[in-house]
Ligand binder design. Structure first.
Ligand SMILES: [Zn+2]
Ligand SMILES: [Zn+2]
Length: 66
């Protein structure tokens, strides 16, 4: 897997669920807020890749691309 920040070899996932190299492990990616219910969105993986999804899914279908 590749670091979400620099594309180098990633060894770990950060708190938000992104694969990151050791150098970028501490940098936080701020999640956007759901356009419908204003909850902080979470990383989801679908057949088209990663996207931000609402944590209240399936009650709320708010999503946002990266
Ligand atoms: Zn990196
Ligand atoms: Zn929502």
């Amino acid at each position: 897997m590749k670091c979400a920040k620099c594309g180098n070899q990633a060894s770990k996932y950060n708190k938000e669920g992104f694969p990151v190299c050791a150098r970028h492990l501490k940098i936080k990616i701020k999640p956007p807020k759901c356009p419908n219910c204003k909850l902080e969105m979470v990383v989801r993986e679908g057949k088209f890749g990663r996207f931000w999804g609402c944590p209240a899914f399936p009650m709320c279908d708010g999503l946002q691309s990266f």
